[in-house]
Design a protein around this ligand. Structure first.
Ligand SMILES: [Zn+2]
Length: 410
């Protein structure tokens, strides 16, 4: 039987607010781009805090930081917690940071109580989750999981032509460990929801069952440019008119299937007030938690684009850009999170993640799940991003209970 250990939500809140000063913006957010000097400063702070708790901090070649707290049985693989300390250029104080500092608060609570787990614990700060300075995102966890190579990561440049590899070395965080060498028994990540569901339903936490499938496309509709004043409506091959009809239908397809569709970039060519647009280029992002339903949505969307183009005597082209299948989380990990919410008497619900997270990659190599914490109006990637001290503390308490329950399974 284990003691009742309680997270100090005030201490967690103070860490959130204190570290928010590293890269703090006048509007109350954080600008802490990956591998910047601000990133170095928060990493230095994180390392010191973990070492003060008796942890050994390991660094891999991707700059991922692993703070290992010994357990009774060092032959067991560590149970891991973590997220990321980098932010968007106009980021908030919680996205990613809550996952790392929530895990740190778990370690502090255990340390203070002198509690020894069976397996070692490991708290991870993943490199470049946001992808704001160096694209793509989630690169540290991708390299860890073998989905991306170290060479690919190193070669990416920022807008000033600095490579990610050089930036990693410049801040002194290129480690020597092989990414993935430190294998986990399981991985748990707390994160703000970044959506409005928990706030709307007045719930502190959500039990995340997986990450939804995502497909991106680059699309083109090609009609014919012609004079706006002399071409009768019936004679036009108006690419924009075809696009507008397709866009309406794509939206309806998403609604009908309970999925999501976003046209995020649109350009009309040649771009003159008195020329009927001859070409439309646009991106399409479609998401659903089930791969099969997403495939149906995509097939319908392609048909809608083709039909709209044909109605306007235009050609069309749809090229895949990115494809990431649904990533269901591990049932045993989900079960300990659910049991934790029940033990704490917390009303909660199951929820699918709409965004990608480092947990998406760890899920490829070890049992993984996430815990979502309510954020005001679901607002994120915004300096006004907001979560309460109580909810952050509750999320960390669920994390603590879940990790201890997983550890107690033996
Ligand atoms: Zn994040």
């Amino acid at each position: 039987m284990r003691a009742n250990l309680t997270i100090d939500s005030r201490r967690l809140w103070d860490m959130l607010m204190d570290t928010a000063a590293i890269g703090g913006t006048p509007k109350g957010g954080i600008k802490r781009l990956s591998l910047s000097d601000e990133d170095r400063r928060v990493r230095d702070w994180f390392r010191r805090e973990c070492e003060a708790l008796g942890c050994t901090v390991h660094l891999d070649t991707a700059g991922n930081m692993f703070a290992v707290r010994p357990g009774k049985d060092m032959t067991k693989k560590p149970i891991a917690m973590g997220s990321h300390l980098d932010t968007q250029p106009t980021g908030g104080k919680f996205d990613g940071i809550l996952g790392v500092l929530g895990g740190l608060e778990v370690l502090k609570t255990l340390h203070q109580a002198g509690y020894e787990t069976n397996a070692p614990l490991c708290l991870v700060n993943w490199t470049n989750e946001e992808g704001a300075r160096f694209s793509p995102s989630m690169v540290g966890s991708a390299v860890y999981a073998g989905a991306y190579t170290q060479a690919q990561m190193d070669a990416v440049t920022d807008k000033d032509g600095i490579t990610q590899g050089a930036a990693l070395e410049a801040i002194g965080y290129r480690g020597t460990d092989r990414p993935g060498a430190l294998a986990f028994q399981a991985y748990f990540e707390i994160h703000i929801e970044q959506g409005p569901i928990l706030d709307e339903e007045d719930l502190s936490v959500g039990i995340v069952t997986g990450i939804q499938a995502i497909k991106w496309f680059n699309c083109t509709i090609t009609g014919r440019e012609s004079h706006a004043g002399t071409t009768p409506m019936a004679y036009r091959r108006d690419a924009l008119a075809a696009f507008a009809e397709a866009a309406q239908q794509v939206r309806q397809i998403a609604i009908d299937h309970g999925g999501l569709a976003t046209i995020g970039i649109v350009s009309a060519y040649p771009g003159s007030p008195n020329i009927i647009p001859g070409e439309m280029r646009f991106t399409l992002d479609m998401r659903h938690h089930a791969d099969a339903v997403l495939q149906t949505m995509v097939t319908s969307a392609k048909a809608a684009i083709a039909e709209a183009a044909t109605r306007h005597h235009a050609a069309h082209d749809v090229q895949p850009l990115q494809d990431s299948p649904a990533q269901p989380f591990d049932p045993a990990c989900i079960a300990v999170v659910r049991a934790a919410t029940e033990k704490l008497g917390l009303p909660s619900r199951e929820i699918t993640s709409g965004a990608g997270h480092d947990a998406m990659y760890t899920a490829r190599v070890c049992p993984t799940t996430m815990i979502f914490v309510r954020c005001a109006e679901g607002l994120s990637h915004n300096e006004a991003e907001s979560a309460t001290q109580d909810d952050c503390g509750t999320g960390a308490q669920v994390l603590l209970e879940a990790v201890l329950a997983y550890d107690a399974r033996g």
